[in-house]
Structures are given as C-alpha cells and as structure tokens.
Design a protein around this ligand. Structure first.
Ligand code: GLU
Ligand code: ZN
Length: 300
C-alpha cells in the first residue's frame, strides 16, 4: 500500500472481531471517520483478528456489514491481521538487533501484584524461542499532545515497564501488530477510545525502536454502562440495531458533543451524514476519559 502523499491525513478504525459492534464501538468509528473526512483524508478499516480463531469470521463480516449499514464506507481494501504474520516476524527480527529482547517465564499470576514488570528475567538469558519475549524499556520519558486528552507524559521505567511483544505461544502481541500495521498502512492519525491510552507509550517506544515516525493520537472518551464499566461485549452492551441507523448515528454524534439539530433525528442517514460532515467540530468532543451513558439524558 503506497504511503499517503505528505500533508495528507490517513485514519483508521481497527475493531477486534470478538462480537458485534455496539454503541461504544460506533462512537470510535464515527469519531475517527469524521476526523479523517474533515481533513479530506482517507479512512481505513483493519480487522484485528490476531488472537481470534477462524470461527469468528462471522463476527468480522457482521462488523463490516454494520459499518456499511451506517454509511461508514472505508477507502481501501480491509486488512486482516490474521494474514500478516510475516510482517510481524520481520519487525521482531529488527527488534532482535537492538539487543533489547529477552525471554520471560514469569507467570501472569506471579506478576499480578506489580503494576509494572519488575525486570525479573532481564538477566536470565532465557531462550527467545520457548518463552514470552519482552522488550527492555529504556529509562526515558515519552510525551504526547493528545487531541482530546491533552498533554500526556510517561516515565517508561516507573509507569510502563518491559512489555511483551511475543507471547509464549508464539503469537505476536497487540502492541507490535498495531505499530507495524499503522506504519505499513501509512496511518498518520490514530483516533481511538481512551481505554487504549495506556498502550500508547508502548507503541511510541516501539516506533522509536523500529525507526518509524509516530502518528498523531486522539483518544476519545469511552462510554460507560450502568455498571460504571466500559460498554463491551463482557457487560452485554447490546449489538447495534441496523434498523435504527439514523438514531444510532444521532446518539453517537451527541455523545461526541456535536450540536446536532433534533429534527435530524427523523431524517435519513444521508441527510444526517451530510450535516455531520459539514458541521463536525473536533473541539466539541468532551475532553474527558469516560462518560456514563446514563448521565446523558437524551441517550435512551
Ligand atoms: N483492536 C483494538 C480494539 O478493538 C483497537 C486497537 C487500536 O485502535 O489501536 O480495542
Ligand atoms: Zn519474567
């Protein structure tokens, strides 16, 4: 895929096909789409099926179908991570040259009490082949101006720690796959939910190690369910109803702080999109990490 010409915008939406799209994922899709289109950019869709057995192919198809129903049309062929193992291997090989990789045999359980990997296996020289592989972090601080969350700063050793880039079962980690794909797809702007803000320093660090330029980042507020947790398949966020497209989009726009005229709630999706494309204002998106859906009286 050719890189975008300089000065252009290429955004993306990268759902994991573990279930149907719900209101929380629609917010990210709509926010990333409108940001890209507002900048006359492209909007790509990538299915992050790295860790998902083939049997959920149905979920990926259902996600794409729902996006189309909501008039969220992508600009290039959909990318499936499942087929991209060789790219991740190449990046692993490059990282191997930095001498920052080490094998780790710590169990998840033994690390549960420590927010940051305490470096147990750094000096053990375990083989990389039969263990999880971690990337040794350098004592440095990384910073970012996030479009909605403002200035972010991370002291890598204290707040991030050595992180896994290949699991013991040989599967590439989410962090590495996303960094490789965002780079190879020429993504210039990453717009996603604030629940991924914790991953951002890891991705910035990987970009640095791989000599990739870093894209711009914007983390949107996430929608919280009545249990105070992120809307997700785990807390039974209901799948989007494809028969109420205008209503779904209307609510997503309101969640994103746009002053959508109430009359448009009865309009066609085309009319609503036309309004949104013309009137989108990114600074209206609440500069918050999370918003309880229930606190927004107009979302029923
Ligand atoms: N696949 C991730 C998710 O569905 C999103 C990854 C990203 O946007 O960087 O949560
Ligand atoms: Zn370890």
């Amino acid at each position: 895929m050719p890189p975008p010409p300089s000065q252009t915008y290429r955004g993306r939406f990268a759902p994991t096909p573990s279930g149907d799209l719900h209101f929380g994922s629609l917010i990210t899709a709509v926010g990333s789409y409108l940001e890209a289109k507002h900048h006359h950019g492209e909007w790509l869709v990538r299915i992050e099926d790295l860790d998902i057995p083939r049997t959920t192919t149905g979920a990926a198809d259902a996600i794409l179908h729902t996006l189309e129903k909501h008039h969220l049309f992508w600009d290039q062929a959909v990318l499936y991570q499942e087929h991209r193992g060789h790219h991740y291997q190449q990046a692993m090989a490059l990282l191997g040259k930095t001498s920052r990789l080490f094998g780790c045999h710590c169990s998840r359980r033994s690390l549960r009490q420590t927010p940051c990997y305490p470096g147990h296996c750094r000096a053990e020289q375990l083989s990389l082949d039969h263990h999880a592989v971690r990337l040794r972090i350098a004592p440095q601080t990384l910073a970012l101006n996030d479009l909605w969350q403002g200035r972010q700063q991370w002291a890598l050793e204290q707040e991030v720690g050595d992180f896994v880039i290949r699991r013991a079962d040989g599967l590439c980690s989410y962090q590495l796959a996303v960094v490789v794909d965002d780079h190879l797809q020429g993504v210039t702007h990453v717009v996603r939910g604030s629940d991924l803000l914790d991953s951002t320093p890891k991705q910035l660090y990987l970009q640095q190690q791989l000599h990739y330029p870093s894209p711009h980042y914007g983390h949107l507020p996430i929608a919280l369910g009545s249990d105070g947790r992120k809307l997700s398949k785990q807390n039974f966020a209901s799948p989007l109803d494809n028969s109420t497209v205008t209503d779904n989009l209307f609510q997503a726009l309101l969640f994103l702080g746009q002053k959508t005229p109430v009359a448009l709630r009865r309009s066609s999706p085309e009319t609503l999109w036309q309004w949104a494309l013309e009137e989108w204002q990114s600074q209206r998106v609440p500069h918050q990490m999370a918003i309880p859906v229930e606190s927004i009286s107009w979302i029923k």
